[in-house]
Design a protein around this ligand. Structure first.
Ligand SMILES: Cc1cc2nc3c(=O)[nH]c(=O)nc-3n(C[C@H](O)[C@H](O)[C@H](O)COP(=O)(O)OP(=O)(O)OC[C@H]3O[C@@H](n4cnc5c(N)ncnc54)[C@H](O)[C@@H]3O)c2cc1C
Length: 458
């Protein structure tokens, strides 16, 4: 036990026995996220209010304890893993939606609210919270804000960052920061709110979030485009976006299509690849856009079939097929290196070709799917880590992928973050000057270096 007994006694006095875990069996539950990383915290606290978080943080600061904020632990980069032990602060019990303002289209939430619960509550008021990571049924809003999460709807509605108006945060010294404004506009001083978005738990712990809501779209159409090959499907993306503004434009290459074949309206042919296109808005607008899309796709080179979901059940089956790709990928090999690279949208066909060539060159399964409308593809490098040759090939594939993406004017991560997994690659994208500034910002927020140490920069 690295945490001094005195600190444990102080924590227990604030939180009670039920909200402080020190039993190794219970701690083990918090030792991982959805990445391959592992690290045991020395204690886990489950505060239930902003005031409790403040008091916990003051104890952590006084004893120089590492603090690891944690939502649902669904992150894929090791962000919520306690690599240096210390205190994991789970926000799971701060899960109240404290207000929905129908006039101003905002929601005020605690960080442990599950994304799907906010969507449901907003919908009951005729409003819509668009950010939709595939994990939306179990990930938290706090985790979404800390990672800058995105999903299929980003092509029309933007990502989590675009919905955060204000953050109440507890800083590493236990003081409270109110960043941002409740209003739609606000430019008073530096934008600390936006700085906190995507900070991966390394600057502050969020205890309250004010989010923008949109009007709930009244109609939705879901279409699946079968294309002759991955290149043919990818080449449709840019011209299709000249015709309509979809609320999802998801690409699946031939391997991805085969992995979810049983969930599709018909099995795809050997090389057939897919685009899942969704349109939303007023019924009249959706009907108009759908018509325009059908005309555009009809007889277009490379398109083999256009399928329209007849009802919401069919549409949900198609969305579920897309969401199930991540777990389905393990049918190819027991281990996965999962990257979420982004390139300028018009270079998606080039990226798809490069990814497939990489798999052939290194003789390992590499396939891709994702948010093609944003230029954001999930590249899945499937390996068996027990085979040293495959392990090495996986590492090589990753290195080549990042180098190529940066050379194409893209980024090494569009939504998952750096965490532990991509620290060594950040300098490939960020300049030494930018890295210096990031380090200075970290130091200004967290001079003692206790906030999620060992992540992103160190
Ligand atoms: C099947 C699956 C599908 C996924 N699909 C997507 C996807 O489509 N798009 C996408 O963006 N991501 C996706 N993810 C990744 C993950 O769900 C997101 O990164 C999500 O935002 C993490 O939320 P969480 O509550 O699980 O956070 P955690 O994993 O618990 O934490 C993530 C990071 O946020 C920090 N953090 C958490 N809460 C707070 C807080 N209150 N204050 C400060 N820092 C905090 C943590 O320290 C950590 O660095 C997927 C994951 C899985 C397993």
């Amino acid at each position: 036990m690295k945490i001094p007994r005195k600190a444990i006694r102080e924590l227990r006095a604030i939180l009670g026995r039920d909200n402080l875990l020190t039993d190794p069996a219970e701690l083990a539950v918090y030792s991982r996220d959805a990445s391959n990383h592992e690290g045991m915290p020395d204690a886990v606290v489950l505060p239930q209010s902003h005031e409790e978080v403040v008091r916990v943080m003051k104890i952590a600061a006084a004893h120089a304890l590492p603090v690891v904020p944690r939502g649902a632990g669904s992150g894929v980069c090791g962000g919520a893993v306690a690599v240096r032990g210390g205190l994991t602060v789970s926000l799971a019990r701060m899960n109240r939606i404290t207000g929905i303002d129908q006039d101003n289209h905002t929601a005020r939430v605690e960080p442990g609210v599950i994304n799907a619960d906010l969507k449901a509550e907003a919908a009951a008021c005729g409003l819509y919270y668009p950010p939709d990571p595939a994990s939306f049924r179990f990930c938290t809003i706090g985790g979404n804000v800390a990672t800058g999460a995105g999903g299929p709807s980003a092509v029309k509605y933007g990502v989590t960052r675009d919905y955060v108006r204000a953050i109440t945060a507890v800083l590493p010294d236990g003081s409270t920061l109110e960043a941002g404004t409740e209003t739609a506009k606000g430019v008073a001083g530096y934008d600390l709110c936006r700085l906190l978005v995507g900070s991966e738990g390394t600057l502050a712990l969020f205890t309250g979030l004010t989010l923008t809501l949109a009007p709930l779209p009244r109609a939705r159409a879901t279409l699946l485009v079968f294309a002759r090959s991955a290149t043919a499907a990818a080449s449709l993306v840019a011209p299709l976006l000249e015709q309509v503004v979809p609320c999802a434009l998801e690409f699946m290459d031939q391997t991805a299509a085969r992995l979810v074949a049983e969930k599709l309206p018909r099995p795809p042919a050997a090389d057939e690849s897919l685009l899942l296109v969704e349109l939303d808005g007023d019924p009249e607008t959706v009907a108009l856009e759908e018509k325009r899309l059908s005309v555009f796709l009809k007889d277009r080179a490379g398109v083999t079939e256009l399928f329209r979901a007849a009802d919401e059940d069919e549409a949900e089956r198609l969305r579920a097929a897309r969401r199930s790709l991540s777990p389905a990928s393990f049918r190819l090999n027991p281990d996965k290196i999962n990257e979420d690279v982004v390139v300028p949208r018009k270079r998606i066909p080039e990226l798809v070709d490069f990814v497939h060539a990489l798999g052939r060159e290194l003789a390992i399964p590499v396939f891709t799917f994702g948010h093609a409308g944003d230029g954001n593809l999930h590249v899945n490098i499937m390996i068996d880590r027990s085979d040293p040759g495959q392990k090495e090939a996986g590492a090589e594939a990753r290195k080549k992928l990042f180098a190529r993406v940066v050379a194409m004017g893209g980024t090494i991560t569009g939504e998952h973050g750096i965490g532990l997994s991509k620290m060594e690659f950040l300098p490939e994208e960020a300049s030494p000057r930018a890295l210096d500034l990031m380090a200075a910002i970290k130091k200004a927020f967290d001079p003692a270096g206790i906030m999620n140490p060992g992540k992103v920069l160190e």
